[in-house]
Design a protein around this ligand. Sequence first.
Ligand SMILES: [Fe+2]
Length: 255
Amino acid sequence: MKFLHLSDLHLVTPGAALHGMDPRAGLRRVVAHIRAHHADAALAVITGDLTHAGEPEGYAAAREILAGLPMPCHITLGNHDSRPAFRAAFPEVAVDAAGFVQQAFAMPEGLGLLLDTHEPGRAEGRLCPARLSWLEAALRGGSGPVFLFLHHPPFRVGLGRMDDIRLREGAGELENILWRHRARLRHLFIGHLHRAVAGSWRGLPFTGVRGTNHQIALDFVTQGVAPVSFEAPGYGVVLASEAGVVVHFEEPTAG
Ligand SMILES: [Fe+2]
């Protein structure tokens, strides 16, 4: 099974710049690279921050550019999103009974679960009881492999500001749920960090990917702000089988 992991598109109103760049350009570069090299992937997952500030025009741009992906695309939200604006622009995307942008979807070899950690007005993530109950129900009863996707990491990664705005509320409950269902869980995919990163959390392997516009510097000293860096856009290429999960990191350069 081959699938793709994208995150943190940060699209703005067309014509505006973000950190001196047009976010549409990075996303177009990534989509073109996928079309050239990974068009055979079964699906793509985007772990949030489609826009920088919930701009309706940003979602319209996302919709237009992502239409170039030759595979189905599954999306959840990040802290920079707006749930109402996203749902207006992507009315076909499944939501749970409470309107959170989280869904279970069939993968060629297993089940994908998207969690919505967006909380309006907050940079840090939250999983309220309703969202956690949805996860528990989605995991209960089945037996096949599960791949979990969410924007905010539920743990510290050593980057000051990003640790401050990790998944704060509901992280302990999430940990308990995942521990109970650990036999099914294969991998955790996170956004938010704008960095290629890999490791394990309580024994569960995870990876995160670069954004498609700007990145966050690997800076273990600065506190209070997330220093932006201008490394190339990136995305993950995932190969999964009964033997395990391998994540490759593509970083397409311009031109
Ligand atoms: Fe982001």
